[in-house]
Design a protein around this ligand. Structure first.
Ligand code: NBP
Length: 468
């Protein structure tokens, strides 16, 4: 028996993806650098599925039907290059390699270029949903040539999550479009996670709610407009008790957040392309600041006690609206970035399709996406979603709550960076006259950088002071 598809890399994602493909009726060849992991996988997780293990690369490649379709699910970075190097001598023209890890889009472009010289087709494919999604149906974001996508389309659409709008998989666009969209997906994920954490902090420190009470509120919210994967896991986290101490586990977790790079890359891409994504960027810095635990401990002593504003539980309604606003504006910024990248890199990305495939299986799946999709459908040029009366009404209806929450947090000395930067993003975009005229004057003053005028055409420079 030859395999229909090969999977390289049997850590959490690779194992679950291989099982998902096999459970959809395909024969899957598997290979992992360390043989022990393959053995363990076969012994402990494979039952009736058609999974063919290999312990050397040549055997692995030979066990796959031609033209071969091989999915790499290894750690992003040099491991992907090393695996490509190992596979290449055994591949033939017309075979397909798919990098399903969180690779940087520039690496994907480089690999696409290199493999095209060997006649190997290549897809850079974002996969979201964690290990559960990989097994039961992830959101899949493949990019590269359409020809390459067609080779694996049936498999991918079968294994993807399904919603009433179809499978959460689409051909995202040219070259590294898939990895770019997955990267921005993660950037939005950072912002929503941080937003939720900010609300949690207000609930515990200002409303003095217990972890269990906080969980109940998130559970309630998950039944309404805020319904989403991240809100859902938040209430489940609040309910989880540590066996050893009998306390909610979340209370025992050290407050230093890790990151693997996709949030940072999103911020870097936004800066490179000149797209404003402040909420996404500050979410990365929030994790960075969290790392300075000792420094924070020391400075909190120097700063002294902060007087927390008190508020009654009526604030919970404002917190809900506030979170809806930051979620909306995080998506707004991410979509704008994807739109600009699509133009700059000729990705040809269909934004409503991106929103559609984020509706199921992925970490940022949210009921709100139905609404965002409808806004974009109404006007596909509305790339940051704000240029419609309908969307602006939605945002304005949440704004007074967001301002109240932000103000209470400020007065209490609580950081709410995503909330604050989201409000500033909105205020900046809706302000016809920004004080950037003064910035231009300052630049011209010290650096002769010139400026434009509001009353006549041209580029101007004045001698702001006489040089002696
Ligand atoms: P990891 O990112 O932890 O990578 C572990 C895998 O990479 C193992 O199979 C390991 O083989 C292999 N590997 C390494 Br490390 N160096 C290698 C090399 N030089 N050559 C060949 N193989 C090498 O696994 P993961 O968490 O399953 O994630 C896989 C990919 O999916 C990553 O790009 C990740 O960012 C992405 N992703 C992860 C998630 C998630 O929730 N974990 C979600 C979405 C996307 P070994 O067994 O021999 O060490």
């Amino acid at each position: 028996m030859k395999a229909d598809v090969g999977v390289v890399g049997l850590a959490v994602m690779g194992q679950n993806l291989a099982l998902n493909i096999a459970r959809n009726g395909y024969a899957v060849a598997v290979y992992n650098r360390t043989a022990e992991r393959t053995k363990k996988f076969i012994e402990e997780r494979v039952k009736a599925e058609k999974i063919i293990p290999s312990y050397d690369i040549e055997h692995f490649v030979a066990s796959i039907e031609r033209p071969r379709k091989i999915i790499l699910m290894v750690k992003a970075g040099t491991p992907v290059d090393e695996m490509i190097e190992e596979l290449l001598p055994h591949l033939e023209k017309g075979d397909l390699l798919v990098d399903a890890g969180n690779s940087h889009y520039a690496d994907t472009n480089r690999r696409l270029e290199k493999l095209s010289h060997h006649g190997i087709l290549y897809l850079g494919m974002g996969v979201s949903g964690g290990e559960y999604g990989a097994l039961h149906g992830p959101s899949i974001m493949p990019g590269g040539s359409l020809e390459a996508y067609r080779m694996l389309q049936d498999v991918l659409t079968k294994i993807a999550a399904k919603t009433e709008d179809g499978p959460c998989c689409t051909y995202v666009g040219n070259s590294s479009a898939g990895h770019f969209v997955k990267m921005v997906h993660n950037g939005i994920e950072y912002a929503i996670m941080q937003s939720i954490a900010e609300i949690y902090d207000i609930m515990r420190k200002i409303l003095r709610m217990s972890t269990s009470e906080i969980g109940q509120v998130f559970e309630e919210w998950n039944k309404g407009e805020l319904s989403s994967f991240l809100v859902e896991i938040t209430y489940k986290i609040m309910e989880y008790m540590d066996e050893e101490t009998g306390k909610p586990l979340v209370e025992l977790i050290l407050d230093t957040a890790e990151q693997k790079g996709t949030g940072k890359w999103t911020a870097q891409a936004a800066l490179d392309l000149g797209v404003p994504t402040p909420s996404l960027n500050v979410a990365v810095f929030a994790r960075t600041i969290s790392h300075f635990k000792e420094h924070r401990r020391e400075l909190s002593r120097v700063f002294g006690e902060k007087s927390r504003v008190t508020s009654d539980k009526s604030l919970i309604k404002d917190l809900e609206k506030s979170l809806l606003l930051t979620m909306f504006l995080s998506f707004s910024q991410g979509l704008w970035l994807i739109h600009e990248a699509s133009k700059a890199y000729n990705y040809n990305i269909d934004l409503p399709e991106v929103l559609r495939i984020w509706k199921g299986g992925c970490i940022i799946r949210a009921r709100l996406l139905n609404y965002l999709g409808a806004i974009l459908k109404e006007n596909p040029e509305n790339i940051n979603l704000l240029a419609s009366n309908n969307a602006m009404d939605f945002v304005k209806e949440k704004l007074s709550s967001a301002l109240k929450v932000s103000s209470i947090a400020r007065e209490s000395g609580l950081p709410t960076p995503v909330l604050n930067s989201s409000i500033d993003y909105l205020f900046s975009l809706t302000e016809e006259n920004l004080p950037a005229n003064l910035i231009q004057a300052q630049r011209d003053f010290f650096g002769a950088h010139t400026f434009e005028r509001v009353d006549k055409e041209g580029t101007f420079h004045v001698e702001w002071q006489k040089l002696e």
